[in-house]
Write a protein that binds this ligand. Sequence first.
Ligand code: GLC
Length: 744
Amino acid sequence: MKRQILVLLAATLFTACNLGEPAREGWFTDERTAERVDSLMQLMTLEEKIGQMVLFTSDMDVTGPFMRDHYVESIENGMVGAIFNAYTAEYTRELQRIAVEETRLGIPLLFGYDVVHGHRTIFPIPLGETATWDMEAIEQSARIAAEEATAEGLHWTFSPMIDVTRDPRWGRIAESSGEDPFLTAEVARAKVRGYQGDDLTALNTMLATAKHFVAYGEPQAGRDYHTVDISEITLRNIFLPPFKATVEEGAATIMTAFNELFGVPASGSEYLLTQILRDEWNFNGFVVTDYTSINEMVPHGFARDDKHAGELALNAGVDMDMQGAVFHDYLEELVEEGKVSEAVIDQAVRRILTMKFELGLFDDPYRYSDPQRQEELVMTEENLEFARDFSRKAIVLLKNEDDVLPLSDDIGSIALIGPLADNQREMIGSWSAAGDYTQSVTLRQGIENRQGNRTRIHYARGANIDDDDKTGFGEAIAAARQAEVIVLAIGEYALQSGEAASRADISLPGVQEELFLELAKLNKPIVVVLMKGRPLTLERVDEKASAILETWFLGTTTGDAIADVLFGDYNPSGKLPVSYPRHVGQIPIFYNHKNTGRPKTEFKFTSKYLDVPNSPLYPFGYGLSYTTFDYSEVQLSSDEMAMDDVLEVMVTVTNTGDRFGEEVVQLYIRQLVGSITRPVRQLKGFEKIGLEPGESKEVRFELTWEDLAFYNADNEFAAEPGDFHLFIGTNVEDTQKAAFVLRE
Ligand code: GLC
C-alpha cells in the first residue's frame, strides 16, 4: 500500500507540473521538465539516485569483456537506470514492467543499443556510408534506423561513432567516417539529426551518443585500446571538431573512450569531461562511459582500485557507469566518506532524468514497447528500397580499364568467384546490431536477380577468406576459362574489422591474392569486388585488375546494390573518406599532412622512403564514374578578403560523358604560412551534384574567417592574415587551383 501511495504522490507531482508536453526550448533546458525532475528528485533516496547512474547489459547480446547475471535483480532493487543490448517490444516491456511496477518510485528504464548503421535493415558500415558524401541520405538512414529501433522498444543509440582515424590497422576504422575532421563532423551532424529529429517526445526519435570521447582513433601502432599520445594542437584541430559539432547539433549523450589522453584515462579526465565539454562547449546532455572503462582505470595505473576509480570518474564528470558496477557498488560509501558530494550525484541524476522526461517515458513508460508498431515498421519494403539506393551510392569505382564496366545486359557468361561472392553473413559487417544476415542479398543472388537466365553464371568459391587452402583454385580457374568476364569477390571477414580487430598486416587475408594472380594469368577481363572494413594494401591487385569496386560491407541489400553498379543501372558516385596506403609501412598516411622542412624531391636528403613512394595508392576523395567531368577554372569574388568578409568561390562542372552521373565537388584550402605549421590541404567544403550528359552546373561555396581558423599554440581559435591557396576538384590530388589573401 505504501508504495502505491508514493507512486501516486509522485505521479501527482508530475502531472501538477505537466502543463502539456514540455516545449523544446533549446536542448534539454526546458523549465517545465526541470520542475518535474526536481519534484521527483525530492522523493528519491541517495541509493535510488545512484541507481539512475547505473547502466547494465542484458544477456540478449554481448558487446564487451564480461556479463553480470544479476541485472534483473538490480532492476527490481531500483539500482539500475538503464539497460543496453535489450530490444524487441516484448522484452523491453517485460523489463520496463519490473522497473515501473516493482520498485518504490517506478522510474522507467532507458533502453540503449549500438544501432550504428541500421537496426534490422542494415546499411553500409559507417566508412561506406561516409563514402556516399550524401548527408541527406546519411540523415535519412539514421532516421530509418531510429524508426526501426524505437519500434522495438529502444530509446537510445550508441551512435554516431565519430573517431577520426588515420590508421587502417585499427579495426574500428570500419565504424568511423575516416581521416578528415570536416567530413566526419558533417556526417556526425547528419546522424544526430536523423536519430533525434526535432522532437524527442516523438515515438520514432531516440537519443544519440557521440563516441568515443576522445581521440580513440589514434592508438599507438593501430592497436585497439592502446595509448593515445597526441599534442593539444592535434586534439583541438583534428579530433575534437566532430564532437563539438554533435554538441552544437544537440546530441543527448557523449560516451567516454577507453584510451588515456595526456596520461589520463578519458573516463577520469576532468579536462575533457568538465573543462571542455561543460565549461567550453556548454554540453547539457549526460556522459556515459564505455564498457567498464571506469574499472579499467586500475589497469591503466590511474586508480588504486575500483572504488578510487569511481571517485575519480564522478569528480571528472561521468554521469553514468556502463556495466562497471562501480557507481552501483561504491558511490554511497564515497558520499559517506566525503570523497564525492551528493550535489554532484544530483547533477548527474538530473541530466539522466531529464532525458527520460524528454522521451515521454514518465507519461507512458511503455510507449516505445508496442508490438503493433514493431510489426508495421521494421524491415519494410520502403526501408529496403532506401537501403539499396544508399548502398549503391557507397560503392567506389577505383579502376575501370577500357571501360570494362558496366557489363552489358546480354553478357553471355560470368565466372563469379571468391569466398565473398555467395556469402550472407559477412555482408552486414561489424556492429550490425539486430541485423539478420539470413536476410542479406549475396552478390550471386544480386546478379541472378538482375540477369535471370540471360547470363550463365559459373560460380566457384576458389578460396576461403583467411586460410592457406588452395584446393579450390582449380575449380575457380576452370570456371573462369568458360566465361567472358571474371567477377572476383574478395576481402575480409566482417569481424576482421570493428572492435578488438586490429591487423598488423593489412594485405588480403589468406591466399586470396594468390587466387587473384592465378586468375589474372588467364588474360580475361577481371572485375574485383572488394568487401572489407578497412583500406588494404592492394598494389598487385590494382596493377592487374581490369576494374575494382570498393564495396566495404554494404548491408542487407548488398548483392542488388552491387549488381546495379556492375550493369550500369546506377553510375557509381562514391568517394574515399580515407587514403589507401601502398604499404603498411606508410601508416599513418593521410592527405592533410604537414609539408615538413624537407618535402620530397628527387634529391637524397628529403622526406621519402627508399622503397615505396610517399603517395597513397588511392588518395582521399578519390572515386571514378562511368562518365567524365570537366572543371572550369576557379572563380573568386575577390583575391583579397578582410576578416569579416565572405569569399565567394565558384566553379562550373560539366558532364562530358554519355550518361547521367553524380560528382562530389571538393574544396580544399592551404594556408602558406602560420604561427604554427599548416597542413598542405584541408577539406573545407563539398557538394554532390547530378549532371545529365553535356549538362553544366555552377557550384558555389562561401568561405568566412571561421573556415580559415584553427587552434593555435595558445589554444585560441583564430584565423591569421596571410596567403592562401584554394583547390577545387574531384579528389584531393586532382584539382583546379586559385589564390587569395586574408587581410587583418
Ligand atoms: C563497446 C564499444 C562501444 C559500445 C559499447 C556498448 O565496448 O566500445 O562503442 O557502444 O561497448 O556495446
